[in-house]
Write a protein that binds this ligand. Structure first.
Ligand code: ZEM
Length: 293
């Protein structure tokens, strides 16, 4: 099929200040609803929703991706790979009621950028203008990755996005955030100690913990450490592949380099397949902390 052209069109009359207001509402609700998931809060699951809303992309026909906001339709919401994300969807519903002019693609991606920045992550320059597509544009289930796999699978999977090895390693560093939940995925536990602060802890733990491969009660393979941390097979694969390992070491040694590479790869993930016309603003949001000063 000929690549569909996805041209951004900023919501009529809206300026960067309007999107900062949406950012602020999301950031405040993260603070207010802090009891979610045993006080991890909604930050990690919002980052995961932003990734899954964009993670259906296929560069071969420019289908899927964040543009159309198709996660809102039942076929995509109910994709088994999206289990757990209904919590992030419900979190964003009152935000959408307050700002009904925003497109779903903008809301899902902005939710992730807000959560990341409020969890001490890097500033992610963000551009608006995704346009809601009809239900017929919803991609089939099965475009999201399966964690029971090794390095070859991971490398091949991310080819669909045009990501390099370096970008893939940087992106999976997001697993410093949040945890796995048996009922969602058949894995259980966090990758590290600071589940709602963004850091390079995923890489440090991958290198330094003593890992033991075990079976979960769902029958999946999971690596566990005495500190109570875990890795899925696709996480552990980053240590088993020499090219991936090079970047794991680099990011474990230097958090600034990780933040810079993550920022760039995550921005690319959220913008895959979209053409932003000249004049589209690039917005660097202020955190709530910065606005209080
Ligand atoms: Zn994840 N991820 N992910 N990921 N992810 C989970 C949780 C989280 C994979 C995967 O199978 C899973 C990226 C890449 C990949 C986050 C962000 C990003 C879970 C656990 C699974 C199974 C879900 C549960 O049980 O609730 C695989 C196979 C990946 C690539 C090979 C990328 C890229 C991400 C962002 C840039 C985050 C933040 C979480 C934690 C969610 C939470 O609720 O705590």
């Amino acid at each position: 099929a000929a690549p569909a052209l996805r041209v951004a069109e900023v919501e009529k009359g809206k300026t960067p200040e309007d999107f900062q207001q949406v950012y602020n509402a999301i950031a405040k609700k993260i603070i207010d609803d802090d009891e979610y998931d045993n006080y991890i809060g909604y930050g990690p699951v919002l980052v995961r929703l932003s990734w899954h809303s964009a993670g259906t992309f296929d560069k071969n026909d420019n289908s899927g991706g964040s543009y159309g906001g198709t996660y809102r339709f039942p076929k995509e919401t109910n994709d088994p790979s999206n289990k757990g994300l209904q919590n992030a969807k419900a979190f964003l519903e009152p935000i959408y009621e307050q700002f009904p002019w925003i497109s779903h693609g903008d809301l899902y991606t902005l939710g992730g950028v807000t959560a990341l920045q409020e969890m001490q992550g890097p500033k992610v320059p963000w551009r608006p203008g995704r346009v809601d597509l009809p239900e017929s544009a919803t991609p089939e289930n099965g475009r999201l990755p399966d964690a029971e796999n090794g390095a070859d699978y991971v490398r091949n999977f991310f080819k669909r996005f045009g990501f390099t090895d370096q970008e893939v390693v940087a992106l999976i560093g997001a697993h410093a955030l949040g945890k796995t939940h048996m009922a969602n995925s058949g894995y259980e536990g966090p990758w590290g100690a600071a589940t709602n602060t963004f850091s390079n802890e995923f890489f440090v733990n991958l290198l330094n913990e003593q890992w033991k491969k075990e079976k979960t009660e769902a029958g999946n393979s999971q690596y566990n450490s005495p500190s109570g941390f875990m890795m899925m097979p696709t996480d552990f694969a980053l240590k088993e592949d020499n090219t991936y390992l090079k970047y794991v070491k680099k990011y474990a040694e230097n958090q600034d380099v990780f933040f810079e590479d993550f920022k760039n790869a995550y921005k690319k993930l959220l913008e895959n397949g979209i053409e932003f016309p000249e004049g589209t603003p690039t917005i660097v949001f202020k955190t709530l902390d910065e606005q209080e000063q």
